[in-house]
Write a protein that binds this ligand. Sequence first.
Ligand code: SF4
Ligand code: SF4
Length: 429
Amino acid sequence: MSLEERRVYQEACIRCSQCKFVPAPKSKAFSSICPSIDYGQFHAYSGGGKVITSYALVKNNLEATPRLIDSVFACTMCGACDTACKTNEGDNVEPMDTMYALRAHLAKAGNVPPVLRELVERMLAQGSHLGPRHSRNDWAVGLSLTNASQGPVDVLLHIGGEVAFDKAQWPSLRTTIKIMQKTGIDFGVAMDDENDGGGTAYDIGYQDVALEMAQALAEVVRKSHAELVVTTSAQAYSAFRNIYPRLGVELGAVEVLHVSDYLERLLQQGVFALTGKSQKIITYHDPCKLGRMSETYVQWQGKWINVLNTLSVPDSTRPVRFGNGGNYESARQTLSRVPGLTLVEMERNRAHSYCCGASAGTPQAYPEMAEMAAINRLKEAQATGASCLVTSCAGCELHLRAIAQRNNFQIEVKGVLEVVADHIQWGQA
Ligand code: SF4
Ligand code: SF4
């Protein structure tokens, strides 16, 4: 939908600023929901502010100045403003959908920070902005894996760039491979044909690049003949469910799971169990892309009609994404299986989780904002009394770990796969 077509939604924004806050905050310290406004400290940086910017651009009342561009792109596209807006105001505004259109509008005119433009060019050229294609499978050296792009497999394991290029996550990934081999499941990896999901290109505003990447990945899925796609990437999982339907790209009759869902399913089936006494108190960080941004997008087929020359009303019920349909429980269930391990919640969790700053190219384009967001989140994690923050997004893990180390936080950062690898016991649960 173009920026012009979003006009009904832009006009519905009542400037209430609820998109800046958790709907039911428990403390002032952790009441904010928006890293962008926390960074910019100016209304234009908020979800509602971006809606107003869109409206003014459509009306030709604004120019795309460098400051305006910063207010739009210093934003992780985490979707928290959208969930907060809908919780308070219903489905009238949908700031995220307007923000997708706003970025596409600016990208079309070349008004994107150069760092983000280069990032998308790298993504298109090599399948990921995080590393070159020839190094993408270094993690698999010595493993005898089926190349899923050359033959039929039952399960296609998609490795996102965040894991493929972070050596610290390779041991946990290799444990996941071992678990899959133990199940006797016929699975493979697309090796050199694999690329990232394309969701980050869409987030940045390059919808044509996202479409190209999505079509390439859909082709890999088709060639694999897999019935199940398991991805280690929360970004890709979000793209499959939220972005591909917007692009009109279909993966076919295939089930898609994030690896945290898949491992929890294998645990329920008794393929392996988790053991070992742990005295740790841990807290779980809900990744935006695995949570609210993985809620399935369904295209509305209706249209707006004008009533009494004043009101715009939909001619049919519109599907609305409130953020509750994200993936929140699998990782928590898995963590609760470790004997002795205590899981405590941060104030902002599930659909109202606070973004760690790692997505939409923010660490590359606005590193100080990405660091600010991670510090905010790490402080919240520490306030729970936990000694370890666990997450199930490889990108969040990489970013939070780096910022925790740089700022001497006394809290460990781990991925769910690492916790599983630390506590695995083979056999019947
Ligand atoms: S986007 Fe929604 S929550 Fe934000 S100011 Fe507008 S109506 Fe209020
Ligand atoms: S997507 Fe996230 S960072 Fe961007 S305006 Fe909305 S809440 Fe703020």
